[in-house]
Write a protein that binds this ligand. Structure first.
Ligand code: NAD
Length: 492
């Protein structure tokens, strides 16, 4: 049988022990059918290791463990102790931050410095959730002197969580942090291409003293492991991040099985709008960050760029120059901004959209091709003269691929920006407060960035309008996903 832990040499030469089992009831275990699957380093296409694949019976075991942990201990303890556990986990992550970042970069393909940013965000967010654990207060409600009423927030129970491959550890923390702080227990499925950092984080959670069964990690594929989670009758809440198509499917499965409460963080095709009066240097920097950050594998990527006609030629030229100056390659190499796409499937998908853009008559400004023949690298790509009827204008590509369109007036920009099934985020670049607030108020987007982009803070909610999602993560809003109100009315 495949070992439950493997000694792996990271691309920076350091050696670490990678758990490969499923994490169920506080132990790394083999799956019951002993099936494993291969994990690939997308920068060189080498095998890193195998991990065990959870099937329905393994998900059942994980749910049983989470159910027992919920009822026996976790939901009943003094919430401040839950907070202490999360704080301890954040501290252990801090101690192991270099290893965590290196694992993430090796497994996902993202530039190492971006993985380091992710790990910092993870630590901050877990600390933030730790602080909330004992502050989820109820209220006394006055309805006249013949009654004493109180309302309180209670955890929901076992939560199923399904995460994607673009920010594996960050999505782990967005799911695990608030669920645990509020007293729930979890069964989390990682994405099949990036299971490693979540297993390593589970090992740290064990070291932090988080009781057995509170966190369960099941590596596996959507159609088997994911399906077993979304249809499980003992799971009371489902949180998902990924594509809109899978989100819709999951919501149906959740409804038909036992009407699980569902939160969804889905796709986007977010507009990033540059006005004539923008600080051009800053705006171009934000266009770059908007679409090339994390190799464009960002749900809120500023993938549709709108430039006002007075500065169109200048901004497009500077955007092109800046994109061509980005260093693409080995994520561990100094100065590399853009690493590899996460999988062969993503590489193929992106190159397919390049062909589609050319066929539909858009102008390829730069990029549009694979870089090298080993590893899933794509040149930063910009298409101009992109029209609303083109596929590249409306479909989520999830790569370093920007489409540029010219506009005349603010109202025209708003109409084009809102002409999408998605509504996750938007960017506005202007020095006019009037323009900024007018456009922000009229955009259908869960987050609007003004003179910045891809700029998160754990104290502010993040989530989608329209088909970009249901519910919010981060900020106080995250706890609404993981608590339910109980009303107690006492006649006196
Ligand atoms: P996906 O939505 O299929 O996968 C996301 C997660 O859902 C993974 O863990 C996957 O195993 C799981 N999953 C898949 N099918 C499932 C099912 N039937 N039941 C339960 N879980 C299931 O995304 P993908 O196929 O990896 O990527 C396809 C596209 O999705 C990307 O090109 C991109 O456009 C989009 N995407 C968006 C995000 C985001 O953060 N919004 C993240 C990843 C991918």
């Amino acid at each position: 049988h495949y070992p439950l832990s493997k000694s792996i040499t990271l691309p920076n030469g350091k050696v670490y022990e990678q758990p490969t089992g499923l994490f169920i009831n506080g132990e790394f275990v083999a799956s019951q059918q002993h099936k494993t699957f291969e994990v690939i380093n997308p920068s060189n296409e080498d095998e890193i290791c195998h991990v065990y694949e959870a099937r329905t019976e393994d998900v059942d075991a994980a749910v049983d463990a989470a159910y027992n942990a919920f009822h026996s201990e976790w939901s009943k303890m003094d919430p401040s102790i839950r907070g202490e556990h999360l704080m301890k986990l954040a501290e252990l992550m801090e101690k192991n931050k270099d290893t965590l970042a290196a694992i993430e970069s090796m497994d996902n393909g993202k530039a190492l410095f971006m993985a380091e940013i992710d790990v910092k965000l993870v630590i901050n967010y877990l600390k933030y959730c730790a602080g909330w654990a004992d502050k989820l207060f109820g209220k006394v409600v006055d309805t006249g002197s013949n009654y004493f009423n109180y309302i309180k927030r209670e955890p929901i129970g076992v939560c199923g969580q399904i995460i994607p491959w673009n920010f594996p550890l960050l999505m782990w923390s967005w799911k695990v942090g608030p669920a645990l702080a509020a007293g729930n227990t979890i069964v989390l499925k990682t994405a099949e291409s990036t299971p490693l950092s979540a297993l390593y984080a589970a090992k740290l959670a064990k070291e932090a003293g988080i009781p057995d069964g509170v966190i369960n990690i099941v590596s596996g594929f959507g159609k088997i492991t994911g399906e077993a989670i979304s249809t499980h009758p003992k799971i009371k809440k489902l949180a998902f991040t990924g594509s809109t198509a899978t989100g819709k499917h999951i919501m149906k499965a959740a409804a038909e099985s036992n009407l699980k409460k569902v939160t969804l963080e889905l796709g986007g095709k977010s507009p990033n709008i540059v006005f004539n009066d923008a600080d051009i240097k800053k705006a171009v920097n934000n266009l770059i960050l908007g679409i090339f950050f994390n190799s464009g594998e960002v749900c809120c990527a500023g993938s549709r760029v709108f430039i006002q006609e007075g500065v169109y030629d200048q901004v497009l030229e500077e955007f092109k120059i800046a994109a061509e100056a980005l260093k693409v390659g080995n994520p561990f190499e100094e100065g590399v901004f853009q690493g590899a796409q996460t999988s062969q499937q993503q590489l193929t998908k992106i190159l397919g959209y390049v062909e589609s853009g050319k066929d539909e008559g858009a102008t390829l400004v730069t990029g549009g091709e694979r870089l090298g023949d080993k590893g899933y690298f794509v040149k930063p790509t910009i298409f101009a003269d992109v029209k609303p009827n083109m596929k590249i204008y409306s479909e989520e590509i999830f790569g370093p691929f920007a489409v540029v369109t010219k506009f005349k007036t603010a109202d025209e920009a708003i109409a084009m920006a809102n002409d999408s099934e998605y509504g996750l985020a938007a960017g506005i670049h202007t020095t006019s407060l009037d323009t900024a607030t007018y456009v922000a108020n009229n955009l259908e987007a869960g987050t609007v960035w003004i003179n910045t982009y891809n700029d998160f803070h754990h104290n502010m909610p993040f989530g989608g309008f329209k088909q970009s999602g249901i519910g919010r993560e981060m900020g106080e809003a995250a706890f609404e996903n993981y608590t339910q109100w109980k009303t107690v009315r006492i006649a006196i």
